[in-house]
Ligand binder design. Structure first.
Ligand SMILES: Nc1ncnc2c1ncn2[C@@H]1O[C@H](COP(=O)(O)OP(=O)(O)OP(=O)(O)O)[C@@H](O)[C@H]1O
Ligand SMILES: [Mg+2]
Length: 257
């Protein structure tokens, strides 16, 4: 498992274990990718990046190619083992290290773990449960952890984010994104929540989130949109990109960097 020296002397306690949550389509993956870049650039590394969306997205946003997922590796193991006869839940549970080892992509500054989805019907253990167990196992090897969560509140409900000490909830200009924020606020200790507004004009913010304290606004950015449209990694955005700068400011303002 990765265990390099932490290079950041402003390392905060406890170490940041961050989940990025919110309604579908609000910009969780964009924010996760940009925040990941900011975290690495500020030396809070190695960073464990977790793509907890079964459909994925973070993997390509940071410029990685398709990777093996935890669930995919687990499903392959089940299929292989079945050829030799019945496979028990115990046998599968004992293979967690093997699943992690095969799914974890290790790079100099970060590692990447994608949850994926399962093909198993009536499954032995859900993809969410598998991810939670994997996180319990490997979080200690990293200086920071960043989880791009599935849309909505299911993963908070399922305690996938149980280790998390910071939840960034992304809202946009829709009331439903604020409804999701409220639902999340009712489920976790609100002191760990930081709200970020994405693609919102400052003048519209008040209409949407009257009583919400916002850590910052990420402007709608044409270059970023173009990168996403063309499948270019957001980590390659120029350092003066205004969306990236907004994320950096949010990270600074909230004491992350
Ligand atoms: N600040 C921004 N400026 C321009 N485009 C943006 C910005 N934030 C997000 N987008 C665009 O909005 C779309 C949705 O963003 P993103 O995929 O990050 O949302 P998400 O919350 O992760 O969605 P999902 O719930 O499907 O995972 C993408 O096409 C992305 O390029
Ligand atoms: Mg996403």
């Amino acid at each position: 498992m990765t265990a390099s020296v932490i290079e950041h002397n402003k390392f905060i306690t406890p170490k940041p274990i961050i989940s990025v949550c919110g309604k579908g389509g609000v910009g969780k993956t964009v924010f996760s990718a940009l925040l990941g870049r900011v975290i690495i650039e500020h030396g809070l590394k190695p960073l464990l990046l977790v793509d907890a969306d079964p459909v994925g997205g973070l993997v390509s946003a940071i410029g990685e190619k398709a990777v093996k997922t935890l669930s995919g590796v687990r499903d392959m193991f089940i299929e292989e083992t079945r050829k030799g006869g019945r496979v028990s839940s115990r046998q599968i549970a004992d293979q967690l290290d093997y699943f992690i080892l095969n799914a974890l992509v290790e790079r100099n500054d970060y590692s990447l773990l994608a949850m994926g989805h399962t093909n198993e019907k009536g499954c032995f253990c859900s993809a969410n449960k598998l991810l939670r167990s994997a996180l319990d196992e490997i979080i200690s090897a990293f200086a920071s952890v960043l989880i791009d969560a599935e849309a909505g509140i299911e993963q908070i409900n399922r305690d996938v984010t149980g280790n998390v000490n910071r939840i960034f909830v992304v809202i946009d200009a829709s009331q439903r994104s604020v409804d999701t924020l409220n639902a999340i606020s009712n489920m976790v200790n609100s002191s760990i929540i930081t709200v970020v507004a994405n693609k919102v004009l400052p003048e519209n913010l008040l209409n949407i989130a009257k009583n919400v304290e916002i850590a910052g606004i990420i402007p709608e950015n044409e270059i970023l949109k173009q990168y996403d449209r063309d499948g270019l990694p957001l980590w390659k955005l120029p350092s003066d990109n205004e969306a990236l700068i907004a994320v950096k400011n949010i990270a600074a303002k909230t004491g992350l960097i």
